[in-house]
Ligand binder design. Structure first.
Ligand SMILES: C[S@@+](CC[C@H](N)C(=O)[O-])C[C@H]1O[C@@H](n2cnc3c(N)ncnc32)[C@H](O)[C@@H]1O
Length: 237
């Protein structure tokens, strides 16, 4: 991986999405995880991310990084805890560009610190349900869909597909229904019922089904860790 030159604080820029507000589902369901200044600093550390993903964080990050190329323009559709954004910025290299958006100001500030030192990365307020004003070579959606209600899943999928260039791709990495007899299936089911009420939508529906125009794209799904996770790569024809 390419190491980038001397650290310089990443920019937070105002985006055109001036009316972006913190959505109700985030405020009501995930305040403890993403909006509380007391919990965000420790939850955002890489060891916590590894624990939450049962030791699969490194592998899932690498499978995402493998989908992008040096010099590309890349959109990361929501902030992600741990070293995710820095790994993307390294892979893209100095001639590429990483735009990270998030609806929550505290997450923008946290992500900004994470990519400090990468002049190719910028972090801004933005809503993944709204198509970006420009199109990207690759759009990344890492563990966002399971955290949003069903109608919002459709809006995110539609907006992100619209934000990729023709010939570009969108990469979704998220939960998936584990195979029968998976040792973590019951535990994850209980955790979702308790803390993540929108996650089981991905146990029932394919990500492709959230798009109204799925035939305009090619969809490739890979199941990971006994099917508990999935990577879906969507090519825009
Ligand atoms: C990507 S998901 C979770 C990823 C994973 N659990 C992790 O390691 O961080 C969490 C982020 O999504 C953001 N988010 C939720 N709804 C959003 C939306 N509509 N547009 C952009 N960001 C959103 C939240 O503010 C939060 O920072």
């Amino acid at each position: 991986m390419t190491s980038l030159a001397k650290p310089k604080t990443a920019q937070t820029i105002q985006c055109d999405q001036t009316s972006v507000v913190v959505p109700d589902y985030l405020e009501k369901t995930y305040r403890w995880a993403y909006l509380n200044p007391k919990t965000v600093p420790w939850l955002s550390s890489q060891p916590v991310v590894e624990a939450i993903l049962w030791g699969n964080a490194g592998r899932l990050i690498q499978k995402t990084v493998d989908e992008i190329e040096n010099g590309q323009s890349v959109l990361q559709a929501a902030a992600v805890y741990g070293r995710f954004s820095t790994e993307l910025a390294k892979k893209i290299g100095p001639t590429g560009r990483l735009d990270v958006i998030d609806v929550a100001p505290i997450q923008v500030e946290t992500a900004k610190k994470r990519v400090a030192g990468y002049e190719n990365a910028q972090v801004m307020i933005g809503d993944a349900t709204i198509a970006r004003p420009e199109q990207y070579d690759t759009v990344i959606c890492f563990f966002l869909l399971h955290e949003v209600p069903e109608d919002v899943k459709s809006q995110v999928v539609t907006a992100l597909l619209a934000s990729a260039k023709h010939g570009g791709k969108v990469v979704f990495v998220d939960y998936h229904k584990p195979r029968k007899g998976h040792p973590l299936k019951l535990v994850m089911s209980k955790i979702f019922d308790w803390l993540e009420p929108f996650a089981k939508g991905l146990w029932i529906k394919e990500i492709e089904e959230y798009s109204d125009h799925s035939s305009r794209f090619t969809w490739q799904k890979e199941k990971i860790f006994g099917g508990l996770y999935q990577k879906v790569v969507v090519h825009k024809k």
